[in-house]
Design a binder for this molecule. Structure first.
Ligand code: HEC
Length: 152
């Protein structure tokens, strides 16, 4: 709940911060980099879940902790107004709906944090536990993308 409040406050304040980001490109790169971190660490877990790599409790714990850490970043400065697919076509996949329906997107952020927290609690236990937590994490990525990410 505290994270939610911080995010709302900071996103409301992101407009006056715009000059620091000139065209918003740096913010777009930062959030895309954050997404790449999600994908990299989820990929490690996913490969173990589907048997593409052998289960390794230590590596699974690290990937889950990294996923949770990256999902827990305060992203408020990474989504300044005017950095959507309408205003910056070709540079971003973030649909205008993310801003026009705000704060609905925070539900999706919180879903990912909850799923990553659950994964972090069990990833190092055994493969079955990791597998059990996988669907919710992947589902939280997909749910947000379905609403707010433009298909390539
Ligand atoms: C709160 C919404 C939300 C959640 C949750 C979310 N994403 Fe994203 N994702 C986006 C949006 C919006 C973009 C487009 C960002 C842009 O291009 O500015 C994106 C882009 C991406 C990209 C492309 C990044 C690039 O380099 O262009 C990857 C990869 C990605 N997401 C993976 C994930 C994974 C994996 C998860 C779950 C662990 C996840 N995302 C969770 C909204 C979300």
């Amino acid at each position: 709940m505290q994270r939610l409040t911080i995010l709302i406050t900071a996103l409301t304040l992101s407009l006056p911060m715009m000059p620091a980001f000139a065209d918003g490109t740096a913010a777009i790169k930062a959030r895309q980099g954050m997404m790449q971190l999600y994908a990299f660490n989820l990929g490690i877990l996913g490969n173990m879940a589907k048997g593409a790599t052998e289960y390794d409790a230590k590596a699974a714990s690290i990937a889950a902790a990294n996923l949770l850490a990256s999902a827990s970043l305060d992203q408020s400065a990474m989504w300044p107004a005017g950095t959507d697919t309408f205003e910056m076509e070709g540079k971003t996949g973030a649909k205008p709906e993310m801003w026009s329906t705000y704060p609905a997107v925070l539900d999706n952020v919180n879903q990912l944090v909850a799923a990553a927290t659950a994964m972090n609690a069990v990833a190092g236990t055994d493969l079955a536990s990791l597998k059990g937590a996988m669907g919710t994490v992947g589902g939280s990525c997909g749910a947000c993308h379905k609403l707010y990410r433009q298909k390539d």
